[in-house]
Design a protein around this ligand. Structure first.
Ligand code: NAD
Ligand code: LMR
Length: 332
């Protein structure tokens, strides 16, 4: 018997990430090859015609898993009955800007859409915030939707996680699928801390720590970290637009692992509400290493943190504290 369709909301669906993301969802890249989906696509009035064009293309692509498409500029219609909400709607940064520079435009959107989700989405709706500043938008959404369980509100740092895996595989000239357990700590910003302390690499003679294979510790402590932190800016410089296909693909990875579970022995990075683990203050959406099982994420506990890591983890937490107060000042 075929499964009931899952309703997936994509906000900002007429934008560039939306355009890359909706066909991935409709093909089963997010929820699996046997899971029918109904897409709810939201955008704003000036993008209504383009949004309708995306709907036309989805129909033309004849995706077998796609049971229906709702394309709307009405936030209530968009949020009604959704099981998964991928919040991409907002304004991207341009060359020379930091992600927090789009704060004033984007946080008010997240405050308004929090209420719509709270009132109209399914009770156990899982929320992924992609729009920048992603951690702080997710925090605002959480604070203005108090009846949504806090464990259901997350932000995307999987793109940074995947970027870090990509850099290690390039450096060692190995397949990216042979690298695992990198960690992105903190903010999806240039203060994030990509941590390789626990990364392992699969080789013909078993699993090895990446640190043993990459003898150049200086590269790991400087160039590697900087490349991952600045990758979003490098893409903007090259494309004159921010990342889209990699962001859409990582959003699918994030939801897929959350819903269907992480492979045994593997963790991923997700921006989640801090419970104080690793001394990170609660009241922030901070990226941690997590494993997922039965639709629930848990922060990986007991990892050793050295002084180098501690300093970097605290610096990115401090930036999130500053962003939080800036966000509230934008809302007042
Ligand atoms: P884009 O400008 O191409 O698309 C954004 C879409 O959102 C537009 O169609 C716009 O009309 C729509 N929109 C604006 N306000 C809205 C509202 N109130 N409700 C619904 N839709 C609304 O931008 P993009 O390149 O798709 O990027 C979207 C966001 O994702 C940006 O904030 C960008 O910085 C962020 N981003 C985050 C990550 C990450 O890893 N977290 C990666 C890439 C991009
Ligand atoms: C990214 O990391 O590519 C996105 O957050 C877009 C940006 O502004 O860097």
């Amino acid at each position: 018997m075929s499964k009931n369709a899952v309703r997936v909301l994509v906000t900002g669906a007429a934008g560039q990430i939306g355009y890359a993301l909706v066909p991935m969802v409709a093909r089963g890249a997010m929820l699996g090859p046997d899971q029918p989906v109904i897409l709810h696509m939201l955008d704003i009035e000036p993008a209504a015609e383009a949004l309708n064009g995306v709907k036309m293309e989805l129909i033309d692509a004849a995706f077998p898993l796609l049971k229906d498409v709702i394309a709307t500029t009405d936030v209530v219609e968009a949020c009604t009955g959704v099981d998964i909400a991928v919040m991409v709607g907002g304004f991207p940064r341009k060359e020379g800007m930091e992600r927090k520079d789009v704060m004033s435009k984007n946080v008010s959107i997240y405050k308004a859409q929090a209420s719509a989700l709270e009132k109209h989405a399914n009770t156990n709706c899982k929320v992924l915030v992609v729009a920048n500043p992603a951690n702080t938008n997710a925090l605002i959404l959480k604070e203005f939707a108090p009846s949504i369980p806090e464990k259901n509100i997350t932000c995307l740092t999987r793109l940074d996680h995947n970027r870090a895996l990509g850099q290690i595989s390039e450096r060692l000239d190995i397949q990216v699928s042979d690298v695992k357990n990198v960690i992105i700590w903190g903010n999806h910003s240039s203060t994030q801390y990509p941590d390789v302390s626990h990364v392992t690499v699969t080789s013909s003679d078993g699993q090895k720590p990446a640190r043993e294979l990459i003898a150049d510790d200086q590269w790991l402590r400087t160039e590697f970290i900087k490349t991952v932190q600045q990758r979003g800016a490098a893409i903007i410089k090259a494309r004159k637009l921010s990342s889209a296909l990699s962001a859409a693909s990582s959003a699918c990875d994030h939801i897929r692992d959350w819903v269907l579970g992480t492979p045994k022995g593997t963790w991923v990075s997700m921006g989640v509400y801090s419970d104080g683990s690793y001394g990170i203050p609660s009241g922030l959406i901070y990226s941690f290493p997590v494993t997922c099982e039965k639709g629930e994420w848990s922060i990986v506990q007991g990892l050793k943190i050295n002084e180098f890591s501690r300093t970097k983890m605290d610096a990115t937490a401090n930036e999130l504290i500053e962003e939080k107060s800036l966000a509230y000042s934008c809302l007042n």
